[in-house]
Design a protein around this ligand. Structure first.
Ligand code: NAD
Ligand code: UFG
Length: 337
């Protein structure tokens, strides 16, 4: 194809897997990352797994000069924008950081793209933009609302992207609302590198099982679900990566943007996840029951019909594969801190 894509936050968890998928699909890739939550060492695995047409530019999306430089040095066909901060609890403590990286960073990026005449963008949004009481399965027209600065920063970005497209039809934006990304590259060479104590379920399971944490706390046993534990829509990061390639193909063929959920459409409880992890990997997860975590909803899973209808994309990988690949990364990859 010979197309070149700028991947902001490309050294991070989802960005690194997506970059491999892009390279395998024939794109050249420029990673643009300030390495605040990742390392340049991931460039090796990306090139080994995807191919050599990848370079890293160290820069910050909040800095107009950094962006101007990368657009001056390369001619891009599209941008995928992962760069940003993503921890809900941290966003409550330091909201300005979240608005600065996520909202201001996106604004600066859009300005630089506009000046360079590159107006095709894939944006990382989140299921967190849906109102807490919206009914599941959540479809893309469900009510939107956010309950914390992280979620609000994503919602603000979605709104400004909508305004930009309405004002100038040359813009094409694919807004991808991720549900719960988990797992790692099946090679064991790439995965998530959580800093400090993980907040999310899967890295907590792998670290507790490895003995790096005393135990996993299951937050809540009294939700109105079959086993009393909360239900989420976990999606393998490899499927998520393929969703980004599908979004670029959609915009190239249809000449317009879209907003879609990326999930599996299947709800999985915390207990089901633990049971599956133990069976697939023949291990025991040390866990204890704990009170509900503030801010958690009981059930959240996606309606994935629109992504399939518009992009011909649907998640392929099973919960077994998510558990197997996450554990391989924890035990054999660089995932073990
Ligand atoms: P990550 O932290 O692994 O990756 C983000 C990358 O962006 C990191 O490499 C970091 O160094 C870089 N970065 C941060 N601020 C930057 C800045 N100002 N300039 C340049 N680079 C910067 O996170 P991830 O899990 O790969 O998430 C990627 C995107 O997907 C984020 O926008 C996140 O909000 C969104 N998202 C993630 C999840 C999830 O559960 N992982 C769910 C929904 C949405
Ligand atoms: N959980 C535990 N123990 C843990 C960690 C999590 O029982 O140690 C439970 C949670 O209570 C929840 C489920 O596992 O019921 C999933 O929790 P995660 O933190 O992994 O994921 P969330 O669904 O809470 O949040 C994720 C992202 C957010 C994003 C949100 C959107 O982490 O960034 O999805 O739905 F906003």
């Amino acid at each position: 194809m010979g197309m070149k894509v700028l991947v902001t936050g490309g050294c991070g968890y989802i960005g690194s897997h997506t970059s491999v998928a892009l390279l395998q699909a024939g794109f050249a890739v420029v990673l643009f990352d300030n390495l605040s939550n990742s390392t340049s060492a991931v460039l090796g695995p990306i090139a080994r797994l995807g191919g050599p047409k990848v370079t890293l530019v160290q820069g910050d999306v909040r800095q107009p000069d950094d962006l101007a430089q990368v657009f001056a040095d390369h001619r891009f066909d599209a941008v995928i924008h992962f760069a940003g901060l993503k921890a809900v609890s941290e966003s409550v403590q330091v909201p300005l950081n979240y608005y600065e990286h996520n909202v201001s960073g996106t604004l600066q990026l859009l300005r630089a793209m506009d000046v360079a005449g590159v107006r095709r963008l894939v944006f990382s949004s989140s299921a967190t933009v849906y109102a807490e009481d919206a009914a599941c399965p959540l479809n893309e027209s469900a009510a939107l609302d956010a309950t914390n600065p992280y979620g609000r920063s994503k919602l603000m970005c979605e709104q400004l992207l909508c305004d930009v497209q309405a004002a100038d039809p040359r813009w094409q934006v694919a807004v991808l609302r991720y549900f719960n990304p988990v797992g790692a590259h099946p090679s064991g060479e790439m995965g998530e590198l959580p800093i400090g104590v993980p907040q999310n379920l899967m890295p907590m399971i792998t670290q507790a099982t490895k003995g790096l944490r005393p135990h996993l706390s299951i937050f809540g046993d009294d939700y109105p679900t079959p086993d009393g534990t909360a239900v989420r829509d976990y999606i393998h990061v490899q499927d998520l990566a393929a969703g980004h390639v599908a979004a670029l193909a959609y915009m190239a063929h249809q000449d317009k943007g879209l907003t879609v959920n990326l999930g599996t459409g299947r709800g999985v409880s915390v207990k089901e996840m633990i049971d599956t992890f133990e069976r697939v990997n023949a291990v025991q997860v040390p866990y204890r029951w704990a009170a509900r975590r503030a801010g958690d909803v009981a059930v959240r899973f996606a309606d994935v019909g629109l992504a399939q209808q518009l992009m011909g994309w649907r998640a392929q990988l099973s919960l077994d594969e998510m558990c197997r690949d996450a554990w391989r990364w924890q035990t054999t990859g660089a995932g073990a801190p």
